[in-house]
Design a binder for this molecule. Structure first.
Ligand code: CP3
Length: 341
């Protein structure tokens, strides 16, 4: 895999064009996803290696992306620790037993990696199917983001309960974050041992935090996790919404790649990072709703801006929305793949 476009760009080596993959590429914008989803629950899909492999392969076969991402969810660590997790159609993820006090935190297990063995099994099936063609990205949720779901009991707009908890009960918040961080490091190492070629840490909701809280309640644990990874030939990607602001701190954790949201000028962010850290991003996913000539123009604009930069992976600033037309996503990938510097 060392010679694949994706791995080369992740390790800041020169490539003839930027590699492309998209966050949430294996999902609801694809009719083929629904054919599978209508037969099983989301967790059944994640926990059945053959089905997880089928879904992982959809964007590989139908879109021709340069890297596959494991089909799973960031919240499976919370479930393995004891969270009663369900994904409810039209609502999203729900934990029926939210974590609100010391007793709830004590009830969460750290020694639970055996509960995630199905992910290692899925990785092995996916690697057989990929058969060395393109790299497979594994992933986990960062402790702050996973904690927010455990405390809120599901998705939230303002993270009110989570922020109240870190402000009023900082000691308990640190206990909870330490537990999640420990499981997350074990979990990513399990994925690396099973054969993923890269890993991405998703701290999607870090943007809810102010600078000091990000440092204390998010960044600290991401540093801890990244320092524990058996990463040798496996690049580590750090993503958060908020990276336009937090990128200089994210760099301190020494990831190979920082995945940037769409607010920032990508070249400007890259130039503010230590050399040797690649960037991934950062098209506004809403561009994919627009007419095709707009999509092409915006991708070319980004590429012109990044001309001459080593270490650039094309992606969106966040995930593909479910109602983005499939042929627009496919077109965007063709535009990237036809481009040459
Ligand atoms: O990128 C991929 O296609 C790989 C698989 C993947 C999923 N979730 C599948 C999924 C990945 C990498 C994730 C990460 C994830 N999950 C994040 C971080 C990235 C991000 O988008 O911010 C977060 C915050 C979650 C939590 C989560 N899972 C939410 C909020 C939801 C419901 C709403 C939504 O955005 O889809 C999920 C469900 C989920 N995870 C689905 C998929 C394909 C949809 C399930 C369905 O209804 O069919």
């Amino acid at each position: 895999m060392k010679d694949s476009l994706f791995i080369k760009a992740a390790f800041s080596e020169k490539t003839e064009r930027p590699p492309v993959w998209m966050m949430r590429q294996a999902g609801r914008f694809m009719p083929e996803y629904w054919e599978i989803k209508n037969k099983y629950s989301f967790l059944e899909m994640c926990k059945t290696p053959e089905i997880a492999a089928d879904v992982t392969m959809l964007p590989v076969d139908l879109l021709g992306i340069d890297a596959a991402i494991l089909f799973c969810d960031i919240l499976v660590t919370g479930e393995a620790m004891g969270g009663d997790l369900d994904f409810i159609q039209g609502v999203g993820p729900k934990f029926a037993n939210p974590v609100r006090n010391e007793k709830d935190i004590n009830n969460l297990r750290v020694d639970c990696i055996d509960k995630l063995q199905y992910v290692a099994d899925a990785i092995k099936v996916i690697q057989q199917r990929l058969n060395g063609t393109i790299p497979l990205i594994g992933f986990a949720g960062a402790p702050f983001t996973v904690m927010s779901y455990l405390i809120e009991g599901g998705s939230s707009k303002d993270f009110k309960k989570t922020k109240l908890f870190i402000h009023n009960e900082p000691k308990l918040a640190h206990q909870l974050l330490s537990k999640i961080a420990s499981v997350t490091a074990d979990y990513l190492n399990l994925q690396i041992a099973a054969g993923v070629n890269a890993v991405q840490l998703f701290d999607s909701w870090a943007l809810a935090l102010c600078w000091d809280d990000y440092k204390e309640f998010s960044h600290k644990y991401n540093v801890e996790i990244i320092s524990k990874l058996n990463r040798k030939d496996v690049p580590v990607i750090s993503f958060c919404k908020g990276s336009s602001v937090f990128a200089p701190l994210m760099a301190e954790a020494k990831p190979d790649v920082i995945s940037v949201d769409w607010n920032a000028d990508l070249k400007d962010i890259k130039h503010r990072l230590p050399s040797g850290i690649a960037v991934q991003g950062n098209l506004d996913p809403h561009i994919l709703y627009a007419e095709k000539h707009v999509i092409k123009d915006r991708i070319h604009r980004l590429f012109e801006r990044m001309r001459g930069e080593e270490g650039f992976i094309f992606n969106l600033g966040h995930g593909i929305m479910p109602d983005i037309p499939f042929d627009h996503v496919k077109y965007a990938i063709e535009v990237v793949k036809e481009f040459r510097y």
